[in-house]
Ligand binder design. Sequence first.
Ligand SMILES: C[S@@+](CC[C@H](N)C(=O)[O-])C[C@H]1O[C@@H](n2cnc3c(N)ncnc32)[C@H](O)[C@@H]1O
Length: 186
Amino acid sequence: MKGYAEWINSRNIEGNVAECGVFRGDSAKFINRYFPNRKLYLCDTFEGFDYGDLQYEKGENNQSFNQSKFADQSFFAETGVDFVMSKMIYPEKVVIKKGYFPESVLDVKDRFCFVNLDMDLYIPMLNGLRFFGDKMVYNGCILLHDYFSDVFTGVRQAVDMFEQERGINIIKTPIGDGCSMALIRN
Ligand SMILES: C[S@@+](CC[C@H](N)C(=O)[O-])C[C@H]1O[C@@H](n2cnc3c(N)ncnc32)[C@H](O)[C@@H]1O
């Protein structure tokens, strides 16, 4: 992320940054550090998965997900806004969007140069693509966590559905961490 942020910042490319799926802020703190001059939207329930999203995922008969520890609604509940904010070195740049995504961001009209989508499940990841897809600046990057995961297979299904809805074919660029895919706006 550091190299990409330097590249974006050195070219004066416009746009703010966001993370959907923050949990304890361990990736958000790096986004905040490497994009010091941009507004950072942090979107999460800060209470774990939404019940409806989770039920949908289970109903998809996703065996590997159902057998994983993540199938418990409370798995990501051990967090909080104050805890996450304590990790930010530029807290004045952070806008917290606490609540169910995408309802929590319906007032956001910004353009974005970097978005990390890390919500694990089919429904929120599809909504993430729908919401940010049209808000990315030229050369902007959406990082899709878990695209190559064998457990969170809903992520790949969300990309398939997004491609189908838009009639597009996204070039799937692995970033080298074994699970994430970068989607660059051209
Ligand atoms: C894998 S964790 C995020 C990990 C984080 N990016 C990190 O680096 O540690 C997934 C997060 O997505 C959030 N989440 C999932 N679906 C959501 C939704 N529909 N609305 C808001 N937050 C959601 C959960 O609350 C959880 O904190």
